[in-house]
Design a protein around this ligand. Structure first.
Ligand code: FE2
Length: 426
């Protein structure tokens, strides 16, 4: 028996220590010890080997545009939307492609190999869609890039909004998006959810809506999204992104709402870096965090993923394609500090978003696609704590990135010369 590549002795997310044998683009064997020839061997002894990081919520059309044409002075969602409107008027397809590809390079280096990106469909020429279709084609050899038709200015509020969404889908965008809280009225918000879900049902597509990204506890479009999912039989194909109004809703209403979401099989995508930055901007003190009810939803069996949402764009000045940063922030803001919750936070940037995106070939199992990451960490919780170097990134059987360990050289009398911040549980 021989393999093209063996990843030796790594610790898998479930704690097993195993060798992974890869042939071509597939995982051919996983066993405690593989006695076989291999074209290449990666020694992962003591290191975490996990499936790729996954981001179920991002905006590749706007990324790496920070400061163009100016920065967001108020830090609010609404100023960000205004700024983006200005930018998309002047940005060329080529510029958007170049910026998005640069981000995909960052992602590849960080072991982030699947991204669901919303694509603004309210630009009349659909330059954004043209750009991201080109990017999807360019990265298809190593990254699953899934595109969502996202009517940023409101599918009913923007002239020709629905036509543009349909055109984007016809061009090859695969998921239906929306933004009900940005429509003119609550009523129109509800109508937009219904119409977009009907469109998805008619075409057999998934749905992922920006939903209730506001501090207004009366913004309850998630209720309509769950209802329409149920009515149209879209179970398992629908996600509500952000859901920040849920942070401010009263507990009695939430106690009715969460079972409806669970019953409808709707997934939730929280974006902790962006939500903690953008929400609560109209508050004095106490200032609301604005993150949706992550632990409570997860406890009800609702799939909850963490997304990055923005990097260096009109809404957020920081970020670096590191989904462990996202999990780190999410864990803190949602107070997920029990051992089980910390472990769950790792799933929220790996297996849960992979399931939300419907990535059937994802995961460390024989026959699946041979995509994985070797991290300079002992286990998933340590990966979140350290956000360490990705020692190797393998995409479909090919090693596409390597990085050195994160050790520092120390020069202190009587102290070790090499410092690693790894720390095994007692
Ligand atoms: Fe978003």
């Amino acid at each position: 028996m021989s393999f093209d590549l063996i990843v030796k002795g790594g610790t898998l997310p479930d704690g097993r220590v195993a060798d992974i044998g890869i042939t071509g683009a597939r995982i051919a064997a996983i066993a405690p010890r593989l006695q076989a020839e291999a074209g290449e061997v990666i020694d992962a002894t003591g290191d975490l080997v996990c499936p790729p990081l996954v981001d179920a919520h991002f905006h590749l059309d706007a990324t790496l545009s920070y400061g163009l044409p100016r920065v967001n002075a108020s830090g609010t969602l609404l100023e960000g939307i205004d700024l983006w409107r200005e930018l998309k008027g002047i940005a060329t397809v080529e510029e958007m492609v170049a910026r998005a590809l640069a981000y995909c390079d960052w992602a590849a280096a960080q072991g982030l190999l699947a991204i669901r990106s919303h694509v603004d469909t309210t630009d009349p020429e659909l330059k954004t869609v043209q750009a991201l279709l080109a990017v999807r084609e360019a990265v298809k050899g190593w990254m699953d890039l899934q595109l969502v038709a996202f009517p940023q200015d409101g599918v009913l509020r923007a002239e020709g909004g629905m036509k543009a969404v349909v055109r984007a889908l016809d061009m090859g965008v695969e998921v239906v998006g929306g933004i009900p809280h940005f429509e003119r009225t609550m009523e129109q918000g509800r109508d937009s959810v219904r119409l977009l879900c009907e469109l998805a049902a008619a075409r057999g597509l998934m749905v992922d809506m920006h939903c209730d990204e506001t501090d207004d506890p009366m913004s309850r479009h998630i209720e309509t999204l769950a209802f329409e999912t149920q009515r149209l039989g879209l179970h398992g194909r629908v996600a509500g992104s952000h859901l920040t109004s849920m942070h401010s809703m009263d507990n009695y209403y939430v106690s009715k709402l969460l079972p409806l979401i669970a019953e409808a099989g709707v997934a939730a995508i929280a974006n902790p870096l962006i939500n903690i930055t953008i929400q609560g901007r109209h508050d004095s003190y106490p200032r609301r965090r604005g993150l949706t009810r992550v632990r409570e939803m997860a406890a009800m069996g609702i799939p909850v993923a963490f997304g990055q949402d923005c990097v260096r764009d009109p809404w957020y000045p920081l970020g670096g394609a590191c989904m462990l940063d996202v999990a780190h922030m999410g864990l803190h803001v949602a107070q997920m500090t029990s051992p089980a919750d910390m472990r769950r936070a790792f799933d929220m940037v790996t297996v849960v978003p992979a399931a939300v995106m419907g990535l059937a070939d994802y995961g460390l199992a024989v026959g699946r696609r041979a995509s994985l990451v070797v991290l300079d960490a002992g286990d998933p919780v340590e990966a979140i704590r350290l956000r360490p170097p990705r020692l190797a990134v393998v995409a479909r059987g090919r090693v596409i990135a390597r990085a050195p360990r994160g050790d520092a050289a120390l020069a202190l009398p009587g102290r070790p010369v090499r410092v690693r911040r790894r720390h095994a549980a007692p």
